[in-house]
Design a protein around this ligand. Sequence first.
Ligand code: NAD
Length: 478
Amino acid sequence: METRNLIGGEYTTPKAGQVRILNPSNIEEEVGVIHLSTAADVLQAGEAARRALPSWAGTTGAARGEVLYRMAQQLESRADEIATLASSEMGKPISEMRGEVTRGIHLLRYYAGEGVRAIGDVIPASATQVLQYSKRVPLGVVGLITPWNFPVAIPIWKIAPALICGNTILWKPAEVASLTAARLAEVFQDAGLPAGVLNLVVGKGRDVGDAMLQQVELDAVSFTGSTAIGRHVAGVCAKRNIKYQTEMGGKNAAVVLSDADLAVTVPAILSGAFRSAGQKCTATSRIIVESAIYDELVDALRQGLSTVKLGHALDPASYLGPVASQSQYETVRSYVKLAHDDAQMLLSGETDVNEASGYYVRPLIAGGVGVDHPLIQEEIFGPVATLLRAQDLDEAIALCNQTIYGLSASVFTRDVRHGLRFLDEAEAGMVRVNLETAGVEYQAPFGGMKLSSSHTREQGQAALDFYSQLKTCAVYYG
Ligand code: NAD
């Protein structure tokens, strides 16, 4: 497969270079070629989105909802093809990838229904015979910059609310997810999206992404990716005075108290840490354990790890696949080396896959490093989790909060008072009791505190706040 841009309803092949995409499960297999765009392509796409805006913004919410329903239908009819392509492109196991596509379908249907929901308020006026009310109106042309780790769900959780609110879109996916993005854009165009409402431009962040941010006439930007790039995006948007949203990194903690039910805790920790090979912003990266249960938990994790199968992403039995790309592999391996050099205790998974055939990293849990160590403080974004000891709940909460990030956090306990106190005091946007750190549902607000997010939330009703602006209207009818 080869990528094509989608600009103003036309497919074009840009000319700024090509990148061969190798299957991370088997690097001898080429999955496709992506064609890189220039700044001129991005500008053209921005103009197409601007031209399409009046007509799309002018249609009713009900009509826009109909298009979203058809997008959901098209995606459903091609779900397997999309899931297989994404698994082959970025290594997420097929079982998880199918779930992600299903989530995308649900998101489209959820936001399709929002087209006919009551919006705005009637506000009492101080004078008689004045009708005063507020309503939501579109922002205009929105720029979407997406990462590779949820190649289907993240683009859709931006595209669907942006469209239902009446905006047109300029979308730049991550390089490593560009094949999937190009196929998704085709699927959506086939569903009957008017030309220019969704425009896709494939390319490198520093070229295409930067041209989009600096040069295109945009009204808002929604970005998901690393904290370093997110802060840059926020800075540029703030200078331009356009609305922005940045969803960024995490260093999420699972706190295990001495009264935890390990039959619930261990599967939730393994899933949080190792599904998607740890490449979720909400992945469990620190396991903070009350001393009294530390040894018991370590034994249970050791046993649990023996059931976690590292394998080819298209093997339905694989619990985790390879990491997504060579650069991911090199970064994650550098943390594995650090763990081997500095940790006092290591629990490692086994595999029968030929590790040299792809970007495979065995699941690893490292214990016995200090709280300031890079393994504890830096986002690894791979199948590497760390263990920390805490004397009691107070210390566990303090350790949980000792990070620049604040995306998600969980506590495992049978004591509802401890659970509720944790929900109050953990500095994270998504806090959970006896549930893994990942897995927040699409109908609930998604986002973080501190350096994990800017000031808005994605998904659920919160996304409608981001993708629209309020107008206050008043009518004198005397
Ligand atoms: P990244 O920051 O490298 O890239 C994200 C996107 O930004 C890509 O499309 C990239 O091409 C683009 N980009 C890069 N440089 C740019 C520039 N100068 N201007 C404009 N765009 C530019 O992140 P990634 O490696 O794709 O994704 C992994 C990161 O994403 C992790 O840190 C993870 O925690 C984070 N993430 C966060 C959430 C969340 O909701 N908080 C969800 C998923 C992933």
